[in-house]
Write a protein that binds this ligand. Sequence first.
Ligand code: ADP
Ligand code: MG
Length: 470
Amino acid sequence: MTDWQDNRVFWDEALKTIQHQVSEQEYVMWFQQIAYAGSDQDRISVTVPSSFYRDQVKQRYLDLIQSTLQDLSGRNLQIEFNIVKTEMVAPGERPTDRASSETDRGKARNGRPQSQEAAKAIPPAPGLNSEYTFQNFVVGDNNRFAANAAMAIAKNPGTTYNPCLIYGGVGLGKTHLLQSIGNAVWLNNEGTGKIVYVTAEDFTNEFIRSIQENRTHLFKNKYRNADVLLIDDIHFLQKKNETQEELFHTFNALFDAKKQMIFTSDRPVSEIKDITERLQNRFTRGLTVDLQPPQMETAVAILKKKAEKQGVYVSDEVINLICQKITTNVRDLEAALTRIIAYAELVNKEVSLDVAQRQLKDFFSSPMQNNITVDIIQRVVADYFNLSPNELKGKKRTRQVAFPRQMAMYISREVTEASMTDVGLEFGGRDHTTVMHACQRISSRMRTDPTIEDIIQTLIRRIREEGSRA
Ligand code: ADP
Ligand code: MG
């Protein structure tokens, strides 16, 4: 085929046009895998990495591609697909950096169902939740870098960003993003490959059991033969020395074999205590990304998507209300929306602002949000400062103890219903004026020292997490 230069220009232009018409994820997933190969007067030849891609791209986008080319060139150009196993686009190379609100713009176009089809053609990845996909993940300022990194890794696993560590507080999408990588790699490989997802807790328990039952070789086989290893919530490995040792060796084996590993943690690795330095080093050897709570716009986009998925109409007013009231994390946002929808369905009413307001009020006083006790606060704060809860309750007044104690008192007043007197009693029978003094002192220090506020936020996040487990 002689290279017909004009057609190459049309092809490049067509891609640019299409990039603005489909979501970023779709573009990365499908269009970045297509490479221009040559053309003649009536035909453009392109390559795709597999027959799966060819079929999917044809089915989903051939009309769009041809009509775009027609608009640009005024000719009816045919597309010829050839299968060539190629290197995919380099990690980090991304077509656009569009805002979250636009990421799913392409969805309704032509009424074509999209990502779902691919999932149907290929059985779901074993051990992964098939809802946890990039398509279902709303990108905003709070998670853009992490999401982009995850997409780049999914495109080209085991190369530049290995390992990747995703950290962030509870309910901010760590598990969702982690499994999205697994699901995307699975799809990219037409449902082949060993994608192993495990929580650090299950990894630990499985390891212990394998020792008890004398079959550590099977355990090692399972993890050291993974193509992609996803380990969730590695902060759980604190103090689990033998499991850490085992993971260290698993890590080395996979790293040498250029297999992708992704970990999540609820805090930066440097803040995970009682974890060996060499394992810490491994976790942070590649790329570390963090997730923050979503701002208003992103929260709204997430809830809209969620309502849409449930096939329920929820007005903007109601969604805005939820997002104004709930600023902790996405899990709480979703829980509030679910509750409101469930109530509306139960009483057969539409989801009015009134219904929402009343349900939200109950939501805040429901046990789910409120099983945080002073006891939990003492445990979490003590742990953070490397003290024992008894030291917080005890008599010592050295700076090392007094400051954490004041913080714990302050937080107790902030997140529980306990009175000053109650809090005093919980802290070794201290007087309520001591509690008052502690709260004033922390408030005033927070105003002048932003790191104090950071610490308090971190602690409250952990306390909530503990509370939701209790
Ligand atoms: P984590 O593992 O950080 O505690 P999860 O991944 O379990 O949090 O997320 C909690 C819930 O919030 C899940 O239902 C997840 O799908 C949803 N979620 C979190 N972030 C997003 C996002 N950016 N877009 C859509 N859903 C999200
Ligand atoms: Mg999780």
